[in-house]
Unconditional design. Sequence first.
Length: 398
Amino acid sequence: MNNDLPWWQTESLTVQDGALCMDGVVLETLARRHGTPLYVYSRPTVQRQLRVLQAMLAQVTERYKVYYAMKANRHVGVLAAARATGGVGLDTCSPREVETALMNGFAPEEISFNGGMLSNRDLAYLAGSGVHCTLDSFSALRRYGEVARAGTSVGLRFDPGVAASYGQQPKMVYGKSKFGFDVEECAAALDAARRAGLTVDAVAMHIGWGLPQSSADLVDWAFGRLAEVARQCPTLAMINVGGGLGGRYLAADQPLALETWRDLIGKHLAPLGAAIVCEPGTWVVAPAGLLIAEINTIEARRSATWVGIDAGHALNPLPALYDIPLEVISLCAPLAAPAMVANVAGHINEGIDIWARARPLPALQEGDLIAFFPAGAYGASMASNHCMRGEFAEIVVG
């Protein structure tokens, strides 16, 4: 391994003859052709990430299923890449996502649903859709039982009871939050499902987003709790460990290792004999995508250098709203040494529209193109038209 290469280089994202490329395609050429802002996604990366997860689960159990969490990125090319990967389904969290999954060729039995605070309209649609639903409230169990066929199988979602996420960001924590039954409510939830005429065949737990390696002890504890719940379910067929696997956003990041995740599943859950289900989103598609923007302004202001671009937080809220950093890469000189320290700002009329602060960057000029990486997850899928700055293009390569 060449340790001199930047951390962000992958099998798909490479530098060839001084140009940044995705799966062999020169990104500057794509950007000049399609215009900016431009999202570019790697089909091979999506499929490679999914297959790695499958191989990891196969090391601890013969019974497993991977459902790609489409809320991370619902581009038709990304969904097609997931569908073309054998044994992969889709995880959904709204009726419209279920409709989109069906329209993109996924059968009802290949679709899982996880959602909270569901309306009667939501539940009526889900009851007729044929997809497997995981519910997380006594209210939902009661109301779903009123519209679903008697004996319909459902999953129960439980609160992990821990706070774990990338950078310990409160906004990215799922434990002790709005999601799920308390573990201590397991018997009551099972009884509520029975009284509603439903059959509980799955238990689920989603611990957090972008889990770091430092959270391994918390994941260990949470999976132990999930095992306690699973043992109480006499009709158990599946144990859903949720998503939460992340990746690097900066060189110093240390995400939860797949081997650690695998070993904890093998320790607590695989021995119970039920199928292991996971719902990855970020881990699959974040490294498969980047966002290209054009520099329109370079100017010194109040003892700082500002680099302005033609893309704002309406297109990707991770830096502005969640303090999730993205690497900034020059398309024309991706390997150039830093020559300036600058703040990178978008064109939205809001003070929070900052992509990076005090970031070491190579020499840049107005008109140059830069890429934000990894930007395949929770970018376009969370985009808005705030300030009517919501226009962008998306393409898939590879």
